[in-house]
Design a protein around this ligand. Sequence first.
Ligand SMILES: N[C@@H](CCC(=O)N[C@@H](CS)C(=O)NCC(=O)O)C(=O)O
Length: 211
Amino acid sequence: MKLYDCSVAPNPRRARIFLAEKNLSLEKVEVDILGGENLAPTFLAINPRGLLPVLELDDGTRIDEVMAICRYIEELQPEPALLGRDARERAVVTSRQRKMEFDGMIAASEVFRNQHPQFAQRSLPGAGTDVLPAIPALVERGRQTLARFFDWLETYLADAAYVAGDAFTMADITALCAIDFAGWVDITIPPANTRTLAWYERVSERPSAQA
Ligand SMILES: N[C@@H](CCC(=O)N[C@@H](CS)C(=O)NCC(=O)O)C(=O)O
């Protein structure tokens, strides 16, 4: 198996942290998103969507989408469970992970891409319409969504030590990557969100956070 990766990009980092928590180390192929290598024919032959990460299996099957990759790995190696240990936990992890992804990762991407000069004509990630001009108004929408993300995260952490309960899961990985991504555009955890601040310090100290 090998992972098509981009070492600076937030979504590939979600997959790398997941693999590190499983203590798995895969061959990696670095693809330069900033330089547009992901939109060149060589990579589009690997993933026509032009998105990273992509997991390539030994039989040649290629899987894109972080959650699809993580589900595959979780089935291969169930321990430690990062997607929930039983039906109830799997449902809670799925629900909270999605919230962290939609209101966190995607909102941070909206703020970042609609204001960064490098992405002025690539305002959505990946391949498709050749030119996708940035929409500056979406920066404000992304900021509003991130404010909701921080509220939800603080609420989730009122119940338990981690985002989806008493164990570290994919919901924590996505929330951590979303917060670090939001930091690129100087959006940080609100000082009043003391549970989130303490959780952030704890999860950032895990060795996998360096992946
Ligand atoms: N929903 C996708 C998101 C993947 C994604 O947006 N990846 C970004 C890197 S963080 C990308 O490939 N960007 C390509 C581009 O900017 O053209 C997933 O979960 O894998």
